[in-house]
Design a protein around this ligand. Structure first.
Ligand SMILES: Nc1ncnc2c1ncn2[C@@H]1O[C@H](COP(=O)(O)OP(=O)(O)O)[C@@H](O)[C@H]1O
Ligand code: SF4
Ligand SMILES: [Mg+2]
Length: 345
């Protein structure tokens, strides 16, 4: 079996909260708190969780934009802490990022040509003709005419800008793309187009991808493996088909029920049937025991005090819940407050 392109072990990112004249640390924000990930060549792993759960911070740490507080990151089996500068540069070419907000991720005064040639120049490519050829080829791959290279971002539509951003991530022919909600800023009509484009490119270049989304509906077609994040923790992880047909964590079950409505930015009435009303936890004050207990309708005393361990449901399918079971089984058992039928079965 080949080696994972990316392996992440017990990754944590904590931010100190400082106050007063001496800038003393008074508390900590536990934004990413013990995450494990493994991505094999050509595989797409999706990271799904609601806004504020630490997805973008995690990607920034994976890219080396910020340092981890704890934990290990391996690219091609090599620990990033032990990489020479030269090795880090080589990795940086093979690992690229697509940002959510194409409008601010592209320099407003750069033409498309300048934006796309920048990574090539930084990567050491010198021949102007070769650079131009690569830029034109890449634009065509993302469905844009090569003549767009003379345009500035201001003259492009939102969908075109996102395509340019995707082209920029591909121009160095990477092997792994970290995509931070690459379609969520687009109109619904454009989302499917850009998602299809990403899937075509994935096939063509045999790309591996870490695809971040806040909605399970979006990742259904693209991901081989799905990880559900909540308050900086992975609550459930499984091959895609398992997540959609056999979710064992109450939070995943909520996300599944609410996926279509969340993607439209509204919550349907059912949403509250199996989720206690309230905000996601404050990273500066995470709940004791199970991080989901403040919103879980099945929470009991054990959930409030004891951190659940990772349970293997089937090969490759893990859930961090003391009671892990299907939505139907949870429904049959009823809520912790004695009311039955809190989940639609
Ligand atoms: N540089 C920072 N310092 C302190 N807290 C941060 C910093 N960056 C992000 N956060 C906090 O981390 C949490 C997760 O943010 P983020 O990763 O952007 O969430 P999302 O899952 O929506 O991408 C938020 O509460 C945010 O306020
Ligand atoms: S451990 Fe308890 S609180 Fe956490 S998800 Fe499971 S039932 Fe809910
Ligand atoms: Mg984000």
């Amino acid at each position: 079996m080949s080696e994972p392109i990316l392996k992440v072990v017990n990754l944590k990112k904590h931010y100190p909260i400082r106050k007063g004249m001496f800038n003393k640390q008074v508390a900590t924000r536990y934004v990413v708190d013990g995450v494990d990930i493994e991505i094999m060549p050509g595989e797409t792993v999706a990271l799904v969780g609601e806004s504020g759960c630490g997805k973008s911070v995690l990607l920034r740490v994976l890219l080396g934009i910020e340092d981890a507080t704890e934990g290990e990151i391996y690219y091609y089996g090599k620990n990033t802490k032990e990489m020479s500068k030269q090795e880090s540069r080589r990795i940086r070419k093979k690992v690229q990022m697509i940002f959510q907000d194409a409008a601010s991720a592209l320099h407003p005064r750069f033409t498309v040509m300048e934006s796309l040639s920048e990574p090539l120049l930084l990567g050491g490519m010198k021949n102007k003709r070769e650079i131009e050829k690569r830029v034109c080829e890449t634009l065509e791959k993302v469905g844009m005419d090569a003549s767009y290279r003379f345009r500035s971002p201001g003259s492009l539509s939102g969908g075109q800008r996102q395509r340019v951003l995707i082209a920029r991530s591909l121009v160095e022919r990477p092997e792994l793309i970290l995509a931070d909600e690459p379609i969520s800023a687009l109109d619904v009509s454009l989302q499917a187009q850009v998602l299809n484009l990403l899937m075509d490119l994935q096939d063509e270049y045999k790309l591996a991808m870490l695809f971040v989304a806040h909605d399970l509906a979006v990742v259904r077609q693209i991901a081989n493996y799905i990880m559900i994040v909540y308050a900086g923790h992975i609550l459930e992880a499984a091959p895609s088909s398992e997540i959609y047909s056999n979710a064992h964590h109450p939070y995943t079950q909520v996300l599944l029920e609410s996926a279509p409505s969340i993607s439209r930015g509204v919550r349907n009435e059912d949403f509250h049937l199996n989720l206690k009303v309230g905000d996601a936890p404050d990273p500066a004050n995470p709940p004791s025991g199970c991080v989901f207990h403040t919103r879980c309708v099945y929470a009991d005393e054990r959930c409030r005090t004891e951190v659940p361990e990772k349970r293997e449901i089937s090969p490759g399918h893990y859930a961090c819940c003391h009671k892990a079971k299907t939505a139907k089984e949870f429904a049959q058992e009823g809520c912790a407050d004695g009311k039955g039928g809190c989940v639609k079965s």
